[in-house]
Design a protein around this ligand. Structure first.
Ligand SMILES: Nc1ncnc2c1ncn2[C@@H]1O[C@H](COP(=O)(O)OP(=O)(O)O)[C@@H](O)[C@H]1O
Ligand SMILES: [Mg+2]
Length: 240
């Protein structure tokens, strides 16, 4: 079976012009993600795990390498080269991202924040709200909060809203950045169950977990990243 996503030699660095410095964030990353499977990215803090997800979602424009995404029609798009309008289309229909933090829209209820990806796909608001209520209930968000904007929620409550929003639309490829980092053990179990459910539905996932036990439980494939070495460090080593 062909992978949904194939990452080949992906690198990203940031240029700090004022300091004339290159900051590498990930280097020469290779990985594959298949339908109905979860690929986990592991490695120490600063190894570039979040940067890989941000490159795939094109929050970051990669500096090098290819990220071949195969859509439902079998067409391949190199996400490293894709035009912005193609990325917008893919983000709406195909690729979802549960980031570490909820960047929530002020003055909209938690329920509407969760609904939004489904509504954007053309699902009616009543049906979307029903599905959102189900997910918020499953993730233990107290019902009294559903009508309230998540801006004032605790970290754990925001993370649950974030997860519900990421899981509601069943993208073909789902990117997860430490989705359970601020959750209690009982809710973490619910999230693992949900991950297994959407895996069984064929969703491909590229995920980062803070807890190695979760990697062991959910991952079909594990890719270890090592922190990239800055060019200035290499020069220093050569001259010392
Ligand atoms: N927007 C950015 N600007 C400058 N440096 C960045 C940026 N994003 C990430 N980096 C750097 O890239 C490296 C990898 O970061 P990150 O991808 O967040 O690692 P991880 O998720 O594995 O902890 C870090 O040294 C970080 O400081
Ligand atoms: Mg990270």
């Amino acid at each position: 079976m062909q992978p949904i996503l194939e990452v080949e030699g992906l690198s990203k660095h940031f240029q700090l012009h004022e300091q004339n410095k290159l900051i590498p964030s990930c280097a020469n990353v290779h990985t594959q993600v298949h339908a109905g499977q979860l690929t986990a990215l592991i490695g120490p803090t600063g190894a570039g795990k979040s940067s890989v997800l941000k490159c795939v979602y094109r929050t970051y424009l990669p500096s090098g390498g290819r990220m071949l995404y195969r859509d439902a029609a079998g067409n391949t798009t190199d996400l490293a080269q894709a035009a912005e309008h193609r990325m917008l289309e893919l983000r709406q229909r195909d690729i979802g991202f549960v980031t570490q933090f909820l960047h929530c829209l002020p003055r909209r209820s938690a329920l509407d924040v969760v609904c939004e990806p489904l509504v954007a796909q053309g699902v009616g608001r009543a049906a979307a709200r029903a599905r959102a209520s189900e997910l918020l209930g499953l993730l233990n968000v107290p019902e009294r909060l559903w009508g309230v904007p998540p801006a004032t929620f605790s970290g754990g409550e925001k993370q649950r809203v974030n997860l519900a929003r990421g899981l509601i639309a069943r993208p073909r490829l789902l990117l997860l950045d430490e989705p359970t980092a601020s959750l209690d053990p009982a809710t973490t179990e619910r999230v693992i169950d949900l991950i297994e459910t959407i895996k069984a539905e064929g969703v491909a996932m590229l995920a980062i977990f803070h807890d190695p036990a979760l990697v062991r439980r959910t991952a079909n494939r594990v890719v270890e990243l090592t922190p990239p070495v800055a060019v200035s460090d290499i020069l220093e080593t050569c001259t010392s």
